[in-house]
Structure formats: structure tokens, C-alpha cells
Design a protein around this ligand. Structure first.
Ligand code: SAM
Ligand code: SF4
Length: 438
């Protein structure tokens, strides 16, 4: 596809697109293409600035934090880029028992995490729905974790129904690349070789009752502009069909992995490209959560928080049992090794608000309802108050040292601005009540 680059004379057209995003309207593909074609550096600064404003308009200052919990690296697939692939003969394989998963989840909950993303490789006999269901139930029953999201292999509608019924919040799955020849080259065997089975995964999840689904492409497998446009097209199709699209869009970027057989450099995505991608997702679908993982280095992640990102993982390990014992086969190399405390400290220092909130999933603010609340700029009121309440709880239970002081200062400033209702809720938390939210 030959692209026409946008230069100065087309600025007014781009500004029209930006003002549409600022009105929190979803962009169409022509508008997304126009953004993708911009080459002018100054115009990009304007685009970045608008992405920040759109994020603030929808979600306010809050940045949601979570951690992944890797359940298994035993995989029947052979995705050439992944450390867990079947063909990686050097991999040390492990699947957590239910007790081990509970132990890791409890340890993370004690550190302050309330939201975990369960991540599993594909193995029908080992990590199928029976296993996932047992793990989810056990973690909810035995730990302080309040919401579990799942990133696992695509399932049938029937299995998705069971996953949803177990209380999972978001079901997440990445198409990796929409470009069929590249997909076929990278996924040659196993269930994942079936492009159509993966493409239809969100329809099956929605049919089974998931209103919150997380989508993404693995950036670096094919021309990122093409894949970003395709992901937005897929998202728009879901919106047209169901009234809501993805709850989150993630920006995983291809990382070196032990045993990888993929060419990491052929479709290299630079840091500047990643900034553009985060901004474009934010502008194209203003209501979505844009998620940045610890694949990326600390400095870049901090920057992305001001370009449209709204959720980040922190203190992550990418091997099963990784929080308990380091050194086993990771899925890929981690770029940001900071702890949850260090990331919270940084977020606060940027004038943003770290949030451990999990309220929406449990209060039925999902799917179309969530999208409307976000587009009417109402969701940020929930987000703001719930972020404050989650921080108050964190300060009471987990925070220490300088971070505790900084967060207490932040909370005092919020109290000074707010209604008596919030003061009453603080009192409840001080008296030992937990999970206070609106
Ligand atoms: N096994 C399931 C699947 O493939 O959909 C779900 C879990 S998989 C561990 C989660 C995601 O990690 C994959 O969808 C892929 O996008 C990403 N991933 C795999 N290898 C990676 C690498 N080398 N660098 C960055 N991300 C990678
Ligand atoms: Fe298995 Fe998922 Fe890795 Fe592919 S990306 S090898 S399916 S864990």
C-alpha cells in the first residue's frame, strides 16, 4: 500500500480529526489513516498533546496498576517469537498447581495489588478451562485479589461461558498480526496456526457474556501502521455489531526471547513509533483503556503515561513461579524492572494518580454502559474517587517510607478539595473497612 505523507498544507485536516477525538468520538479508518501518514514533527507534538488531553478528559489523572501472574509455559504452539514455544528445547517447563497460584496471588495481594492478569500458554490438557476455572475460584476464595483478568488461548463459546461465570473481568487475547502471510509464517503448528479461529475469538467471548475484552497486535511482526489500522478496523466492527468494542488495547512490542526463531529487526518498531501508536489508539477509540506492559523500559513507559496510556503493569515477572524464584524460562525479556512502589512513586511525581481500583468490573460498569459513561466524561468521576479510596487503603495496609508520605500528602490535598462523603469513606477505611468504592 503506497502512502501519501501528510505535510504542512494538510494540517487543518489533521486538526479536524483531533477535534473529533477531543469530542470523544471514535475515528473512522480514513481519519486513522490520515494520522498514520503524518510525517511533520511539530504536528506530531500536537497529536501527542491531544492524546494526553483526551486521556485526561476520559479518565482524569488516574493510572491503573496491575501485575501479570504467569500460570504455565507448557505450550502446544510454536509461535516463532515466544520463549514458551514448543520448539524451544532449552525451556524449563512449569505449570503452577492451584496452591502455587494461590500462594503467588496472595503474595501479590499482600504487596497491594488488587488486580491480576492471569497469563497461560496453550495446552488443552494442562491449561484448559477446567484448570483455569479451578485457579480463578481458588484465588478469589483465598486471597485479597479483587479482580482477575485472563490472557489465554482462544476458547469455544461454551468454555468462555464457564470462564465468565467464574468471575473473570476482562478476557484478553492478541491477534499478533492481522497480516495473513506473516501470521502463517510465524504460527505454523498447533491450534494457533488457525488464523480464523483466533480472529473470531472476541465474537465468541462476547457471545458467552464477556462485555470487557482486551485486544492488541504484537508490534514488530509486520508493518506496524498496517496492523494498527487493522486492529482499529476490527475494534470498529465489534462496536458496530455489539454497541461496544475492546475495553482495552495493549501495545505489546516484540522483545528478544530465549529460543526465539523470529527476525526481531525486520519490522522493527522504534520508541518514537511506539509513542505514535499509543497516541493513535487513544485518539481513535477515546474510551478505551490503553495498556503498557513492563516489556518497555522505565523511561519510555513514564513518557507514554502522558501520551494516552491509562493502565500499566508493575513489578512483573514473566515466568510461572517467577515471583517466588527467578531464573526459569521467561516469555520475553522485561524492560522495566521497577517495583510497584517505585512505579507508584514515579506516577505521583508526574502529577498523576496511581490507582489500585477494581470497582467497575464488580459494579456492572462494563461493555456498552462503560463506553457511554466514558464518552460522556462521567467515568472519570468514578475513577478519581475510587483511585483515592484505593490509595487510602494502600496507605493504611502496605505503604512505607517516602512513598507513604507522598501518598498521604496527595490524599490530604484531595480531602481539602472534596465533599464530606469522601471524608466519611476515609473514616470507614481507617476503622478497618475494606473495598470501599463507588
Ligand atoms: N498463549 C496465549 C496466546 O498466545 O494467546 C496467551 C498468553 S501469551 C503468553 C501472551 C502474549 O505474549 C502473546 O499473545 C504475544 O502477543 C506476547 N508475546 C509472545 N512472545 C513475545 C515476545 N517475544 N515479546 C513480546 N511479547 C510476546
Ligand atoms: Fe504458546 Fe502463547 Fe507463546 Fe504462542 S505466544 S508459544 S501460544 S505461550
Amino acid at each position: 500500500m503506497k502512502r501519501k505523507e501528510i505535510t504542512k498544507p494538510d494540517i487543518s485536516r489533521i486538526r479536524d480529526v483531533l477535534s473529533k477525538s477531543l469530542d470523544l468520538q471514535t475515528l473512522n479508518l480514513t481519519e486513522v489513516s490520515a494520522l498514520l501518514d503524518v510525517s511533520d514533527k511539530e504536528l506530531w507534538l500536537e497529536i501527542f498533546d491531544t492524546a494526553r488531553l483526551v486521556k485526561e478528559k476520559v479518565y482524569g489523572r488516574r493510572i491503573v496498576l496491575f501485575a501479570p501472574l504467569y500460570l504455565s509455559n507448557e505450550c502446544v504452539n510454536d509461535c516463532l517469537y515466544c520463549g514458551f514455544r514448543k520448539g524451544n528445547k532449552d525451556a524449563v517447563r512449569k505449570t503452577l498447581t492451584v496452591n502455587e497460584a494461590v500462594e503467588e496471588a496472595a503474595m501479590l495481594a499482600n504487596r497491594g495489588y488488587k488486580r491480576l492478569l492471569l497469563v497461560a500458554s496453550e495446552h488443552a490438557k494442562i491449561t484448559g478451562i477446567d484448570y483455569l476455572e479451578r485457579i480463578v475460584n481458588a484465588i478469589y476464595d483465598n486471597t485479597g485479589v479483587r479482580i482477575l483478568h485472563v490472557n489465554s488461548a482462544p476458547m469455544s463459546v461454551e468454555d468462555f461461558r464457564r470462564l465468565k461465570a467464574s468471575g473473570v473481568g476482562v478476557y484478553q487475547c492478541f491477534q499478533e498480526t492481522y497480516h495473513m502471510p506473516s501470521y502463517r509464517h510465524l504460527h505454523r503448528t498447533g491450534m494457533k496456526a488457525d488464523y480464523a479461529w483466533r480472529l473470531g475469538v472476541m465474537d465468541r467471548a462476547v457471545e458467552a457474556g464477556f462485555e470487557d475484552v482486551g485486544m492488541g497486535v504484537l508490534l514488530g511482526l509486520y508493518d506496524w501502521r498496517w496492523d494498527v489500522a487493522a486492529l482499529i478496523a476490527h475494534s470498529r466492527r465489534l462496536i458496530n455489531k455489539y454497541g461496544f468494542g475492546p475495553h482495552t488495547l495493549s501495545v505489546p512490542r516484540l522483545q528478544p526471547a530465549q529460543g526465539s526463531a523470529a527476525d526481531h529487526l525486520k519490522y522493527r518498531v522504534t520508541d518514537e513509533d511506539l509513542r505514535k501508536i499509543v497516541a493513535i489508539y487513544r485518539l481513535a477509540l477515546p474510551y478505551v483503556g490503553v495498556v503498557v506492559s513492563t516489556r518497555e523500559p522505565a523511561g519510555l513507559r513514564d513518557e507514554l503515561l502522558s501520551l494516552g496510556a491509562s493502565q500499566i503493569s508493575a513489578g512483573s515477572k514473566t515466568s510461572p513461579w517467577g515471583y517466588m524464584k527467578e531464573g526459569d524460562t521467561e516469555q520475553f525479556e522485561i524492560g522495566d524492572t521497577r517495583s510497584l512502589e517505585e512505579v507508584m512513586e514515579k506516577i505521583a511525581s508526574l502529577g498523576l494518580m496511581p490507582s489500585l481500583c477494581t470497582a467497575c468490573y464488580r459494579e456492572g460498569r462494563s461493555g456498552e454502559r462503560f463506553k457511554h459513561l466514558a464518552e460522556e466524561t462521567a467515568i472519570k468521576n468514578f475513577c478519581h474517587e475510587n483511585a483515592i479510596l484505593s490509595l487510602k487503603e494502600y496507605v493504611e495496609d502496605c505503604a512505607t517510607g517516602e512513598l507513604k508520605e507522598r501518598l498521604m500528602k496527595m490524599l490530604n490535598e484531595e480531602i481539602a478539595k472534596c465533599s464530606n462523603g469522601l471524608i466519611d469513606k476515609f473514616k470507614l477505611i481507617e476503622d478497618g473497612k475494606r473495598d470501599v468504592h463507588i
